[in-house]
Write a protein that binds this ligand. Structure first.
Ligand SMILES: NC(=O)CC[C@H](N)C(=O)O
Length: 206
């Protein structure tokens, strides 16, 4: 397939589960680069913001001066995919920020959702679900680790999966967000979806 082998994807590598994303993207033939500095974004078609700890990642985005370059990357047509903590970073508003942050935390504001951190309760911090995802023939093995949920979804967003009555996968044009970790099971279907549909900005079938 033309384009696929030459698709250049960056994985934000400040903290969290970025190596697993690298491996799956490379297995699909994408050219992968770790992103730590604004200059690392040059020439990329898409960027993945991995899971980890969103408060720590937000602090590092400030330290490495990456907030505005990431917004500019999106404005210039770049695709973004946030997984778990990365999805929190993409949201317009974040609920459940720690009290020492005054209950609020910074986000990129590129996805018209309100995200609730740790939405699935303390007692069930982690679980795996055979998750039906729109567009996939069989359920996706989704790993939820202290996962957020998209509790308000704007009209421009399409919900692609729900778990326990909560939206857990949402797309708005070139921005994709999953509350779970799609990089931990070796299933490449969502990475393929990012490369083939989101990066190419193919329309979501309503
Ligand atoms: N697995 C994860 O990325 C967890 C996200 C974490 N609970 C946060 O709010 O940042």
């Amino acid at each position: 397939m033309a384009g696929k082998a030459s698709t250049r994807i960056g994985v934000l590598a400040l903290q969290g589960a970025f190596r697993e994303h690298r491996q799956l993207l490379a297995a699909l033939g994408a050219e992968v680069r770790e992103v730590r500095l604004p200059g690392d974004l040059a020439g990329l078609d898409g960027v993945i913001l991995p899971g980890g700890e969103s408060t720590t990642m937000a602090r590092l985005l400030t330290e490495y001066a990456l907030w505005e370059p990431l917004r500019a990357f999106h404005a210039a047509g770049g695709a973004l995919w946030g997984t778990c903590a990365g999805a929190i970073l993409l949201a317009h508003s974040v609920l459940g920020a720690p009290p020492q942050f005054g209950g609020r935390q910074d986000s990129l504001g590129l996805l018209d959702v309100t995200v609730q951190r740790n939405a699935f309760g303390r007692q069930i911090n982690s679980f795996t679900d055979a998750l039906p995802v729109r567009g996939l023939d069989t359920p996706f093995p989704a790993v939820f680790i202290r996962a957020p949920a998209f509790v308000k979804v704007g009209v421009g967003c399409t919900v692609l999966a729900t778990a326990r009555d909560q939206a857990v996968m949402v797309r708005q044009d070139r921005v994709l967000a999953t509350a779970f970790h799609p990089e931990l099971t070796g299933d490449t279907r969502l990475h393929a979806y990012f490369l083939e549909d989101v990066v190419q900005n193919k329309v979501v079938n309503k």
